[in-house]
Design a protein around this ligand. Structure first.
Ligand code: HEC
Ligand code: HEC
Length: 222
């Protein structure tokens, strides 16, 4: 019996550090997973899937230290489109959520991001096919009318996708130009293809339905 304990105790102690390391690794992975989800819902619109959308600001390979990242994300960068996310600044994120998104950025792992995207699919499915929506195609595509998006939903999407952060809450213009009087065709083209500092939004990040809703919102808020 004694010999069993004599073997077991050292074995136990020998395992202990690795168990602690495993626990720390698990906690870190959980923070990064949560961070990837936060990035997807709050940062994707401007910074893009790989964190490279904004010229010269490559979040994936950032050399910024944890403290500086936390500060920029919490307080935003005044005079730029980078909003303040800290709760105490009126933003949407609590301290620990900012810590999670910082953990994700500093250990950028595209697979975590893709997994988060798979768990949190876009709210509405992308349209069934490419090309302009003719009235005939619209009547075939059930429940997705070509015109008459929902302005109220559009307002929410406009804010959630970060459009409002650059163009102002009602598209009246802020760090980016006013969108008043823009045609639906212009809005669609620029949103899908991007233009200079204007990031592009593909159907995976902004569905056709949500784009119609945004257009309805912008037309209505003229
Ligand atoms: C409305 C658009 C917008 C959203 C949403 C946004 N950012 Fe930014 N972010 C910017 C812009 C524009 C800059 C560049 C500011 C500048 O010129 O210094 C920036 C800069 C940054 C920087 C500094 C990068 C550097 O190298 O200087 C970090 C870090 C950052 N953003 C993180 C985030 C995180 C994390 C989120 C989500 C929680 C987020 N951003 C959401 C627009 C946005
Ligand atoms: C990171 C800031 C930023 C975000 C986010 C952003 N835009 Fe823009 N947008 C710009 C800038 C800057 C321009 C001007 C581009 C240029 O100089 O050609 C622009 C241009 C446009 C234009 C073309 C205006 C014109 O006169 O040609 C439209 C339409 C537009 N944005 C719609 C949107 C919509 C809709 C969204 C959200 C889905 C959005 N933008 C998100 C910065 C942004």
């Amino acid at each position: 019996m004694i010999w069993l304990i004599a073997i077991f105790i050292p074995l136990y102690w020998w395992h202990e550090p690795t168990r602690q390391e495993a626990a720390i690794a698990r906690i870190k992975k959980e923070a990064m997973t949560k961070g990837a989800e936060i990035f997807l819902s709050h940062c994707l619109a401007c910074h893009g899937k790989t964190g490279d959308n904004i010229p010269g600001k490559h979040l994936r390979r950032t050399l910024m230290e944890e403290a500086l990242l936390t500060k920029v994300i919490s307080r935003g960068r005044s005079g730029t489109a980078m909003p303040a996310f800290g709760n105490e600044e009126g933003g949407a994120l609590k301290k620990f959520e900012i810590a999670d998104v910082v953990a994700f950025i500093r250990n950028w792992d595209q697979s975590l991001f893709d997994a988060a995207a798979a768990r949190l699919p876009p709210k509405t499915a992308p349209s069934p096919g490419p090309g302009p929506t003719t009235p005939a195609a619209a009547s075939k595509a059930t429940a997705t009318p070509a015109t008459g998006g929902d302005a109220q939903k559009g307002e929410t999407v406009f804010s959630d996708m970060g459009c409002a952060g650059c163009h102002g809450a009602a598209g009246q213009g802020d760090s980016a130009p006013s969108l008043k009087g823009k045609s639906a065709a212009t809005i669609k083209k620029v949103v899908r293809s991007g233009q200079n500092a204007m990031p592009s939004f593909d159907a995976a990040s902004l569905s056709d339905v949500d784009l119609e809703n945004i257009i309805a919102f912008l037309v209505q808020s003229k």
